[in-house]
Design a protein around this ligand. Sequence first.
Ligand SMILES: [Zn+2]
Length: 60
Amino acid sequence: MSVAWVTEMSPGTEKRRAAATCGSCGEIGIVRVWEDGTIQPVGQSSFCGCSTPRIQLLET
Ligand SMILES: [Zn+2]
């Protein structure tokens, strides 16, 4: 008898991390990019101080 243990820690699928900038205030930070296109700040609840950040990925 075999048992397959699910060891994945994250509820979603993190695609990659990328540098990004806010087009409104110029803040630069690291974000997670999810497979569905969601961009989420890493290590903080909001990317910058803007109420509606215009986050743009910085392709390297
Ligand atoms: Zn901003």
